[in-house]
Design a protein around this ligand. Structure first.
Ligand SMILES: *Cc1c(COP(=O)(O)O)cnc(C)c1O
Length: 393
């Protein structure tokens, strides 16, 4: 192992050399069922032939040109994403934090356009929006912020899912320009925002001229069983951030906007060298094609429901299991105690899982899971949870 990497990750002692579908293989030839999918990135699983073909062909044709010029694939991707989401315009970047950073800048510019000198964005407790200075300030975790002060000004924090708290801010803070929220908090512990909350939030935003900005970096691109998480509620945002699943592992992010918000950026207000290059856009277009061709929205709903109900059955009345929740293939199992050790237990057993917020097992498998993978995952996870809770008791 090299000592020349900065010490930013507590990496697990395993390296994968190959992947196919829902499975990965390590250097020793051991096979793993993947329920992490590169943290909700590899929606099509590994080495999907259609994706590999699209990437290879585009790489052999044109990888990058620059946003100095028209990029037809970027225009095509913007059209597709807007048609799927009901948004009007897209800006492309390379990651989730950049997509949120674009949203934050857009909201501030929108505020200044309305004569608000110190525009404020409402953000949530336990939120995760990324690691840039803007997005770590927007995130609701001291662990992410500590040591990086001074943080940015212009954010007001409220508890997740508490509509009264939003009303309070609306009454007292006249400098609010936008609300930024995840439809399902990922890093925060798979916390699902009720549809009724989003409906009310939309009304409050409309009444005050605020932008409703959704961070769909983890929930977007079919993860919850609809193209975007907000589509469960019928509410449409003004701004939406995408990344993770959009490029199936080739880095791409997008900030989509609608109506007035779509007209805020002008030439010179924002930009990116790599954002939306031909390779990334061809990959994203192929990702959308495969999701449609293989009917993955329905698959996600079906498999997600099967995993949740299977886990509920297997773990019914097991003391220490606090909750089993989620939407589509974004699933959380909350225990009454820290359970990070389970990641190692599962890996030894040939299953890749993740633990977030200390006590929540997070399952974000590839969208292509079949019945066999569902059954293996239910049996493995419920078995190790039962064992773990018994041992620790
Ligand atoms: C992962 C994630 C981000 C950050 O994305 P990066 O690509 O790591 O910058 C932002 N928001 C949410 C909801 C995420 O899950």
């Amino acid at each position: 192992m090299t000592t020349h990497l900065m010490n930013t990750y507590a990496r697990q002692p395993v390296a994968f050399v190959r992947g196919e579908g829902a499975y990965l293989w390590d250097e020793s030839g051991k096979r793993y069922l993947d329920a992490v999918a590169g943290v909700a990135v590899n929606g099509l699983g590994h080495a999907h032939p259609k994706l590999v073909k699209a990437i290879s062909e585009q790489a052999a044709t044109l990888i990058h040109t620059s946003n100095l010029y028209r990029i037809p694939k970027q225009e095509e991707l913007a059209d597709r994403l807007c048609a799927l989401s009901g948004m009007d315009k897209a800006f492309f970047c390379n990651s989730g934090c950049e997509a949120n950073e674009a949203a934050i800048k857009l909201a501030r510019l929108y505020g200044h356009g309305k004569g608000i000198e110190v525009p404020t964005i409402i953000v949530m407790e336990k939120a995760f929006h990324g690691r840039t200075m803007g997005t770590l300030t927007a995130s609701g975790s001291r662990k992410i912020q500590a040591g990086f002060e001074p943080l940015l000004s212009g954010f007001a924090r409220v508890p997740f899912g508490d509509i009264e708290a939003i009303r309070q801010v609306a009454e007292h803070n006249k400098s609010v320009v936008a609300v930024l929220v995840e439809v399902v908090q990922g890093e925060g512990g798979i916390n699902v925002l009720p549809s009724a909350y989003l409906v009310e939030l939309r009304q409050i935003c409309d009444a005050h001229g605020w932008l409703l900005m959704l961070d769909e970096v983890q929930t977007g691109i079919a993860r919850t069983g609809t193209w975007f998480g907000f589509q469960h509620s019928g509410v449409v945002p003004d701004v939406m951030a995408l990344a993770k699943g959009l490029g199936s592992g080739v880095p791409i992010g997008a900030c989509l906007a609608r109506g007035e918000a779509a007209e805020v950026f002008k030439p010179g207000s924002h930009g990116s060298t790599f954002g939306g290059n031909p390779l990334a856009c061809a990959t994203a277009l192929a990702t959308l094609d495969v999701i449609e061709e293989e009917n993955l929205l329905e698959n996600v709903r079906l498999r997600g429901e099967a995993i949740r109900s299977g886990l509920r059955q297997a773990l019914a009345s097991v003391p220490g299991v606090v909750d089993i929740r989620g939407e589509g293939l974004m699933i959380g199992i909350e225990l009454d105690r820290p359970c990070t050790e389970l990641v190692t237990v599962a890996r030894d057993a040939g299953v890749l899982i993740n633990v977030t917020a200390d006590t929540v097992i997070r399952l974000v498998p590839p969208l292509i899971y079949g019945e066999a993978e569902v059954n293996v995952l239910i049996a493995a996870v419920s078995g190790m949870v039962k064992n773990y809770l018994q041992q620790a008791a």
